[in-house]
Write a protein that binds this ligand. Structure first.
Ligand SMILES: O=C(O)CCC(=O)C(=O)O
Ligand SMILES: [Fe+2]
Length: 264
């Protein structure tokens, strides 16, 4: 993956051009304010907070953050967990979609837009031919939940042949509920060093006092869409007052003429 970031510019529109610039690392993020209606977003946040499938990430620093349905990172190279992830994937996608009915689920909307805007279109990721889940809700508890500086890369989670040729991994978050106080997204706009990479693989986060201040800090509003490189360092600071709730999807990028791939 390239390391060049020419500035800390943020694109405000989702287009084929802004996506190409993000993948080239010419902009630090795409931030579309009001991507999704605020009232429907806030209702969906309540569904996520009370969801029967709300569980937790498995690593030391991320375990305070709740997520609905199994994310790929929790497959942990374990054949039984990999089988479970793929067995449940499509039913989980359908349940997420149904939970928004009669409205369009924001991650489904994004999936359609990427299909239309990216030169090579966009597909659901399949690994060894099996469909992945996409559309995880993430629930940060007030005050206690945070993500330390980390990065996310599918090539650290699988060696399935479908990921060969990926040049960048993005992550899209649609924010459903964000308190006014805290919950900022921080972006460092650089890849982790080899030492940082080892710490992240071990505990899924670097102590924030061990690195320089972030290059970009964004306070999302409910209904906003933010897309950035998940391969570069990023963090979420604690939120105060209410839960911080979002929906997240990873986006794998090959050459522009190849389709994007989405999963959670
Ligand atoms: O919730 C956010 O703002 C971003 C969380 C994150 O680390 C990610 O989506 O990879
Ligand atoms: Fe992340």
């Amino acid at each position: 993956m390239t390391t060049v970031v020419s500035g800390a510019d943020v694109a405000t529109e989702l287009s084929g051009e802004s996506l190409l610039r993000l993948v080239q690392r010419e902009v630090g993020a795409i931030h579309v304010a009001g991507f999704y209606p605020r009232d429907i977003a806030e209702r969906a946040a309540q569904t996520a907070i009370g969801h029967r499938a709300l569980g937790h990430y498995h690593k030391k620093f991320t375990s305070s953050v709740g997520r609905v349905y199994m994310p790929h990172i929790d497959t942990k190279w374990d054949p039984a967990q990999i089988a479970k992830y793929h067995d449940e994937a499509l039913a989980s996608i359908h349940e997420v979609r149904a939970s928004f009915y009669p409205y369009l689920c924001p991650i489904d909307h994004l999936r359609l837009l990427l299909q239309e805007l990216w030169p090579g279109g966009a597909n659901l990721l399949r690994l060894r031919g099996r469909a992945c889940f996409v559309g995880a809700f993430r629930v940060f508890q007030p005050t206690t939940s945070e993500f330390y500086p980390h990065n996310d890369r599918i090539d650290q989670e699988t060696d399935a042949p479908e990921i060969a040729g990926m040049i960048e991994q993005l992550v899209a978050n649609v924010y459903l509920q964000v308190p006014n106080d805290g919950g900022d997204l921080q972006l460092w706009l650089r890849d982790p060093t080899e030492d940082e990479r080892r710490v992240i693989l071990d505990v899924e986060g670097i102590d924030p006092s061990d690195i320089e201040p972030p290059r970009l800090t964004i306070h999302p509003e409910p209904g906003d869409l933010i897309i950035f490189s998940s391969a570069m360092l990023h963090a979420v600071v604690p939120a105060h007052g209410t839960h911080r709730v979002g929906m997240a999807a990873f986006i794998g990028c090959k050459q522009p003429e190849e389709p994007l791939f989405m999963w959670s």
